[in-house]
Design a protein around this ligand. Structure first.
Ligand SMILES: Cc1cc2nc3c(=O)[nH]c(=O)nc-3n(C[C@H](O)[C@H](O)[C@H](O)COP(=O)(O)OP(=O)(O)OC[C@H]3O[C@@H](n4cnc5c(N)ncnc54)[C@H](O)[C@@H]3O)c2cc1C
Length: 483
């Protein structure tokens, strides 16, 4: 008899959620993890960045406290304390995941798993990190001798992703770091160049700018956060510029050289040389399949190394499933978790499949960004006949009381039936407000239905209703368009 009904390899938001669901469905579940439970999201991604961004936000708010009639003198921050707070939150949450796994009866096995065949792995003690002494991140190849072998009826691969390497001269110089390396910074860099203006790069740029770094962000596409609606990306670029961040869109970094500082050569629309103390590479992720033995299990990958799966998360090999970043579908924690729930249900014999139609995503810059559904450009490219409407936060009472009036919501809707196709927000609490947009698209709601839903006053949430009213040509709190 196999050791487990299900073995999950990797304990990130994909793997630990799958393990819990499978155990609740009555399976005997094992989970192998070479670092701490929680994966990138809890240890190196979603949570630690948001903890530090919150410190940055408080510092920035206090800097303008006088606008609220509140006086904060001698304002300063202690970056060590900022990091310590972040570490405390990470520990609390990762310990929480470990407790939940135990409470659900999941057997956690520490170490690096490598396939011995489709439904068997050997487990090695994971190597140690050259970057963070004592920490296992970027663990070298596992030690030579396996500590144990494990068999299971089914296996889920949930090994996630790691930062991509930038193939340019100077990318391996000291001072050139990835997002993971940024957590090792003990001081706020005086001059920071961020390569890549997607969510990860934009969040670090926003954070260090708040703490006083002189930040330049270089993005190849025409706008920052290029996966978002163009209007949102353009608005973020303007906002960053107003905050003193130098935004170089339509540009690429060609090389980095070590002089007395790091000399960064930028080509394209804003070609120039930049001096930096730290260069943060926030460009792309690659699947974390090193030393996993995919070939031994017969599992194939696409050209970029990600594992293709069907809508029930099956790989091409019977009894082997893959979920999360390693599938390359949408590199987001909540997508990994939903894939995990689906795979666990399928393995436990429940009819389930994953539907990717509605995936909200948020970027926790200042101002915050969130989007769901079609951008205007993608809706038009897909052949939809659309109307779009924008409503500014400045017209909301609640935003005025917050003292945070920057930004807008943009709704993309079908012209004929007024069904909501996309919602895009830049401004306060965008990441929380997007849920109404996700639900609207899920339920195929129309502008009329959004407008007819009574929203509490005064709230930031009123923005969806107000935008819908404007989209119907019946705006209440902004002037009507001239006919
Ligand atoms: C800076 C940053 C900020 C982010 N912010 C957000 C955000 O705000 N919202 C959001 O939705 N997403 C965010 N993400 C993305 C999110 O972190 C990932 O999408 C998510 O963690 C993927 O989950 P996963 O379970 O697929 O893999 P991971 O979280 O990568 O977990 C994989 C786990 O597998 C383990 N593992 C790998 N190989 C082996 C092996 N051979 N044996 C044993 N264990 C192994 C690893 O140690 C790791 O713990 C962010 C990412 C970064 C880098």
């Amino acid at each position: 008899m196999p050791d487990f009904d299900l073995l999950v390899v990797g304990g990130g938001p994909g793997g630990y959620v799958a393990a819990i669901r499978a155990a609740q469905r009555g399976l005997r579940v094992g989970l192998v993890e070479k670092e701490r439970p929680g994966g990138v999201c809890l240890n190196w991604g979603c949570i630690p960045t948001k903890a530090m961004l919150r410190s940055a936000e408080i510092f920035q708010t206090l800097a303008t406290a006088a606008d609220f009639g509140v006086y904060a003198d001698n304002l300063r921050y202690d970056f060590a304390a900022v990091r310590q707070r972040k570490d405390g939150i990470v520990k609390q949450l990762t310990d929480g995941v470990a407790s939940l796994l135990a409470a659900n009866g999941v057997t956690v096995i520490e170490g690096h798993a490598r396939f011995t065949g489709p439904t068997g792995v050997e487990v090695f003690e994971a190597g140690r990190s050259p970057i963070f002494p004592g920490g296992p991140r970027y663990a070298a190849a596992p030690t030579a001798t396996a500590t144990r072998t494990i068999s299971a009826k089914d296996v889920i691969i949930a090994t996630g992703s790691v930062p991509a390497r930038l193939p340019i001269p100077g990318a391996d110089l000291p001072g050139v770091i990835t997002s993971d390396g940024a957590f090792g910074l003990t001081e706020v860099p005086a001059r920071l160049v961020v390569i890549g203006g997607s969510a990860v790069g934009a969040e670090w740029a926003s954070l260090f700018a708040s703490f006083g770094s002189q930040v330049t962000i270089v993005e190849m596409q025409d706008t920052l956060v290029p996966l978002e609606d163009d209007d949102v990306g353009a608005a973020l670029g303007r906002s960053f510029t107003k905050r003193g961040i130098t935004v170089l869109t339509g540009s690429t970094v060609e090389s980095i050289a070590q002089t007395d500082v790091l000399r960064v050569s930028v080509a394209g629309e804003h070609a120039r040389e930049l001096d930096a103390d730290v260069v943060l590479v926030g460009v792309g992720r690659r699947p974390n399949t090193a030393d996993l033995g995919l070939d031994i299990a017969g599992i194939s990958t696409d050209a970029r190394g990600f594992i293709p799966v069907d809508e029930q998360l099956r790989t091409g090999v019977q009894h082997v499933y893959a979920i999360g970043d390693v599938t390359g579908r949408a590199l987001l924690a909540h997508v990994a978790s939903h894939q995990g729930l689906t795979a666990a249900d399928v393995i436990a014999g429940h009819p389930a499949h994953i539907d990717y139609t509605v995936i909200p995503a948020a970027t926790f810059t200042h101002p915050e960004i969130a989007g769901v559904g079609f951008t205007e450009a993608k809706a038009r490219a897909a052949g939809h006949d659309v109307v779009t409407v924008r409503f500014p936060f400045a017209a909301l009472g609640r935003a005025q009381t917050f003292g945070d009036t920057e930004g807008f919501v943009k709704i993309v809707a079908g012209r004929r039936h007024r069904e909501v196709l996309g919602v895009h927000i830049i401004g306060p609490s965008a990441s929380d407000l997007i849920t109404e947009g996700a639900l609207a698209i899920s339920l195929e709601a129309t502008l009329d239905e959004l407008a007819d839903t009574i929203h509490a006053h005064p709230t930031l949430g009123e923005i969806g209703m107000e935008a819908a009213l404007a989209g119907l040509g019946l705006p209440v709190h902004i002037a009507p368009r001239k006919r």
